[in-house]
Design a protein around this ligand. Sequence first.
Ligand SMILES: [Zn+2]
Length: 249
Amino acid sequence: MRIINGIVIRQRDVGDNDKYADILTPEGVIEVLIKGVKKINSKTGSSSQLFAYSKFCINEKGERNILNSAEPIHIFYDLRNSLKKIALASYFADIIKYCVTDERRNSEVMRLFLNTLHFLEKDLRTYDFLKSLFELRFISEIGMMPYIIACAGCGSFEPDKVYFSIKNSNFYCSDCFMHSQNDYIIEGSLSFLRAVRHIVLSDFERLFNFRVSDNVQKTLSYFSEKYIIHHLEHKFNTLDFYKSIEDME
Ligand SMILES: [Zn+2]
């Protein structure tokens, strides 16, 4: 018997009565079989639904993990009131499921996901802000952070303007940038650079404690999405779905 805290990031039915849940834990993502879904008591039922953060009690039978019981810690009820919130959370879950493997696990990922869901659930930050923050911090946590310390040409720390390359993961200042460098497609201000630095480098305790102007957010949104999609080399259907909801607004 194993007891572990985790959050359900995906579920799928097995036959009429059982389901599999992918649960993100500090030790990575584990697949757990939940038997007799219809008969299960309501406490275990709500503790094992999508985006429930719970204490799971798991029987290990050979290669298989079978749920014994679960106690809710936080269910994120208010996420469920909004299709847009669920869509964004599903996109984050999709990224996690795609990237977090046994070889590449990181206990900070669960913390990042839980904190982002908290801010999303309670409307404490905008959707765009949380999406950029999650995308950039996540990719940094798994070791693919952009090089944002200084200009790749002259080493300047605080240039007025930056020209960032998604492909090369670095930037040039306006003195070093040559317009023939077609890879450097993202042009941003020093405030944009500071926002990226904050997301990538700040201590977890201060991670959500910053604000950006609408203009900086626009560049940040463009940058963070392009960056993660390019470096993961994967298309997420959940991102398309989230965007289709945005388009309806
Ligand atoms: Zn320079």
